[in-house]
Design a protein around this ligand. Structure first.
Ligand SMILES: [Zn+2]
Ligand SMILES: [Zn+2]
Length: 122
């Protein structure tokens, strides 16, 4: 059996990818994604047992919840720092001139609980 492992290919030149990062979905991709999800829900609703309450799917996916992977070979990789950020929807691997979204704010360290009186040096 010749089961050749083919991993993801570089988005620019189709060489084997060594790194990947994420970008937002384009408007077309996002509408296709929502349409697919809606079709899946419609099918599931149609197949659901009418004796039971209709399935509750919750809200449709939002654009902010969805990213696509961009793959880069060694020649078309972004920096490690850039790869940790979400790129613009048009990102196609370097040279990419996106302004990646800022990294999420790190959660602030909680303040330590105050010590009881007499426990501090001051
Ligand atoms: Zn490449
Ligand atoms: Zn980019």
């Amino acid at each position: 059996m010749t089961n050749q492992a083919t991993g993801p290919a570089c988005t620019r030149c189709s060489a084997p990818a060594v790194v990947h990062w994420t970008r937002r979905l384009t408007d077309d991709e996002f509408s296709a994604f929502v349409a697919l999800e809606q079709a899946r829900r419609d099918l599931e609703t149609a197949l659901a047992d009418p004796q039971n309450p209709p399935p509750d799917f919750g809200p449709l996916p939002a654009e902010a919840d969805n990213v696509r992977s961009v793959y880069g070979c060694a020649d078309h990789a972004v920096s490690l720092e850039a790869a940790s950020l979400v790129h613009e929807k048009t990102c196609t691997a370097p040279p990419c001139d996106c302004a990646p979204e800022p990294a999420p704010e790190p959660a602030p360290e909680p303040d330590p609980a105050p010590l009881p009186p007499g426990w501090t040096d001051a």
